[in-house]
Write a protein that binds this ligand. Sequence first.
Ligand code: ADP
Ligand code: MG
Length: 231
Amino acid sequence: TEEMLIKSEKLSLVGELAAGIAHEIRNPLTTIKGFVQLLDQDSEDKKHLYTDTILNEIDRINFIVNEFMVLAKPHAVFFSKCNIVEIIKSLKYLLEAEAILKNVIIIDAYESDEMFLFGEKNQLKQVFLNLIKNAIEAMPFGGIITISITKTAQDILISIQDNGVGMSDEQVKRIGEPFYTTKETGNGLGLMMCYKIIRDHNGKMSVQSQLNKGTNFLITFPILMDNKIEF
Ligand code: ADP
Ligand code: MG
């Protein structure tokens, strides 16, 4: 039956995820093991280099596990009235130093200073932190990120646009797939998390991208009316 089919699809997705996680964690563990063995044999002056690598790899495992904790939603998340403009402005502030360092200019335009949606502030932060970081990483020689927030009677529309490396149609099809990354130090979990959180907020995300031209991520959320509680 259809119901059974859906269930077995879900099971294989869990299996795929588990295999992916195991693989992702085994890589840094192998590195750690190798460097601990070196640490045991080698001279004093190299030890700092080894411990640095070991600590980085431990951070990587930590990061992967943390990302999955968010996805698994082990804690209750409390939705409340969130000003998305304030959230995105705070992220812009947070990322500005890194952007300047990489010759990236962030231009922002907000239709108003207050646009509210019903959501979880930290999860929303995660989403836009990921998207803006991806945009910075898509421009290794610098460029411009344009962030805009507008609204209609029903929705809040957010656009994060860069003029970076862009993606082919094949790449666009794969984004959001767990562990899909084209970056040497990427983990391919960011967009999967974005999709999940946006869905939990009754929102939608679409992508327009052209190779060597740039990428535009468009996100919409239902707007929270002043005199009406939704959900
Ligand atoms: P990660 O950033 O760790 O690679 P993500 O899930 O955030 O993982 O992104 C997956 C992949 O999607 C990236 O490796 C990259 O190939 C592509 N991608 C995401 N955002 C952009 C962007 N703004 N421009 C070009 N490619 C992008
Ligand atoms: Mg990312």
